[in-house]
Design a protein. Structure first.
Ligand code: DON
Length: 561
């Protein structure tokens, strides 16, 4: 009898385990989760050598610029959210800036229509890169190691080459037709009459030279001298706007994070010029007014509630968000519990049509505020970084002689009110093009602290406009649905951004019944597609375990020790 129960017990355990995702990666001391296994290893090696999470994050960033040129970069920009063991929370904004000669209507054609090719292709699409300035500032202020120590691994990977993975080879081959349009890109990222194959070495000599100059001269190695001259000369020759002065004048900014709480946990996220932290908080503040039963996950009621909230959040985003150095963002109101509650009261049984929803306005004027990787070290520091060239491989233009790809981030500006960018996002005055302004982002690098103010979840993702909803759903999956970090990341996601008026979803994310119920509530079912590629960490203090998970939608890796 006892034996029978024992067998049944083990059967139960094995079934309940097999119904879940594979367990996350487990570690005791530190963890780096990035879109490239080689880059994650670079970060962990730095931790093992005694570096802190910031040292590891900077080393990982430069390694990603070599091994994951789809989004890892020195020709783009991004955001870093830092929590230090002494309780400090801060963010570094190294978002690209519009060149000095950029102007409001620069992407309109003679008839005044938005020409998306101008904002996504060619030299006009590039903002002044921020990654090198941001990384070196983070290292100097919050790191412990020298530039050489953290950049040497990237330099070695660029000069000696690294074996490319199956998926990376596929990505390079997929974009061949675009790469060959630019001699400088063709030379590095294509092969004459042949395709890349898994395991071969990709060597990037010019990039190695640029990295050496940065190691030697710091920011000046990129923003002044040889590299700056190459960028500005080629920009001028090809109708671009980035000048030597734009590069010399680029500045990163250290900014106060967006703070909020969700069901007793403290959220630390990125503020303007990213909309990520504000939109995430506005959504969470509203969703806090609802109670989600454990088995309501994936139900039409759950998807309806979250989608309705998101419509108001994205409507507010389109109206109110932009670079705060240029536009007064009503930040306090947007992330207030009151605004969250107000949205919650507008959620009814049926969907409100998107054209009946418009942004709200703050009660009174306030006085006044894409690849992701997550790092934690054993000292209690945590770093959450999202960085991007915007489109995959940016505008696909390598700076000849300098070996790196340029961003096409100018498309994140609102080129014409009421006209959507490549992510279908709308915007207005707040995000119009102005010289030296930073384009609005959706990047949402986030650290969730527990009630003891210690890092609990470190998470972020690429995915354009879907970044915010990806990060939000992972936080809901962990906090409301009690999932581990791997499962929280794996579960199919959905996405609503107010306009277009539709719920996009992932494969197996919505059954026909759920779709029918949502349609009967007045929703429109959109496209089935991949939504975000998250890289996350959870720290379990009770058992002293760091759990890491890379998104199966990509081919990254969580590496711990
Ligand atoms: O800053 C932003 O919101 C976009 N440039 C991010 C682009 C992105 O996530 C591309 N990855 N899929």
């Amino acid at each position: 009898m006892f034996f029978k129960y024992l067998v049944l017990f083990f059967l139960f355990i094995s079934f309940s385990i097999s119904a879940k995702s594979k367990a996350p990666v487990r570690a005791k001391k530190g963890m780096v989760v990035s879109a490239s296994e080689i880059a994650s290893n670079v970060g962990v090696d730095i931790l093992k050598k005694g570096g802190n999470a910031v040292d590891a994050a900077v080393a990982t960033a430069f390694a990603l610029a070599v091994t994951y040129p789809q989004a890892g970069n020195i020709g783009g920009g991004g955001f870093m959210v830092i929590h230090l063991k002494d309780g400090t929370n801060t963010t570094i904004d190294f978002r690209e800036k519009a060149p000095q000669s950029a102007f409001r209507d620069m992407f309109l054609d003679e008839d005044g229509n938005f020409d998306i090719r101008k904002s996504t292709e060619g030299w006009t699409s590039s903002g002044v890169p921020g990654s090198v300035a941001g990384m070196l500032f983070a290292l100097k202020k919050y790191g412990t190691m020298s530039r050489k120590e953290v950049m040497q691994p990237a330099l070695k990977l660029a000069s000696g080459g690294f074996p490319i993975t199956y998926r990376f080879a596929k990505a390079l081959n997929y974009y061949k037709a675009e790469f060959v349009k630019h001699e400088s890109t063709k030379k590095i990222f294509t092969k004459e009459n042949k395709l890349f194959y898994e395991g071969e070495l990709l060597i990037q000599k010019d990039l190695a030279k640029t990295l050496s100059l940065i190691i030697k001269n710091g920011s000046d190695g990129f923003y002044k001298g040889e590299v700056a001259n190459l960028i500005s000369k080629q920009s001028k020759e090809n109708g671009g706007l980035i000048s030597v002065e734009d590069l010399a004048n680029y500045s990163h900014a250290e900014r106060t994070p967006i703070f909020g709480t969700y069901r007793g946990n403290k959220i630390v996220s990125m503020g303007p010029p990213s909309s990520g932290g504000i939109a995430l908080m506005e959504a969470l503040n509203s969703l806090e007014n609802f109670k989600f039963e454990q088995n309501s996950w994936g139900s039409s009621e759950y998807i309806h509630t979250v989608s309705e909230v998101l419509k108001y959040v994205y409507a507010d985003r389109a109206e109110h968000l932009g670079d705060e150095d240029f536009y007064p963002v009503p930040k306090k109101w947007l992330i207030s519990k009151e605004r969250g509650k107000e949205i919650a009261t507008l959620v009814g049984k049926n969907a409100v049509p998107s054209n009946k929803i418009s942004h709200a306005n703050p009660p009174k004027k306030e006085s006044e505020e894409t690849t992701h990787y997550s790092v934690v070290d054993y000292k209690g520091n945590a770093v959450s970084v999202t960085t991007t060239l915007n489109s995959t491989f940016g505008n696909k233009i390598v700076v000849e002689g300098a070996g790196f790809l340029l961003n096409n981030e100018m498309d994140d500006f609102s080129a014409k009110p009421g006209t959507a960018n490549q992510f279908g996002l709308l915007g207005g005055e707040a995000n119009s093009i102005e010289p030296n302004k930073r384009m609005l982002s959706a990047m949402t690098p986030t650290i969730v602290l527990n009630s003891n103010n210690k890092p609990y979840i470190v998470v972020g993702a690429p995915g354009g406009s879907t970044i915010i909803t990806t990060v939000m759903q992972i936080i809901l999956n962990v906090i409301d649905f009690d999932m581990d970090i791997q499962e929280a990341i794996n579960r199919p996601r959905f996405h609503h951004q107010w306009k277009p008026e539709q719920i996009d979803y992932e494969h197996l994310g919505m059954t026909d019944d759920v779709k029918k119920n949502l349609i009967s509530k007045g929703h429109f079912i959109g496209r089935e597609r991949t939504l975000g590629r998250a890289e996350g960490i959870i720290i379990d203090y009770k058992n002293n375990i760091i759990w890491g998970a890379s998104d199966p939608r990509g081919y990254g890796k969580a590496v711990g020790y």
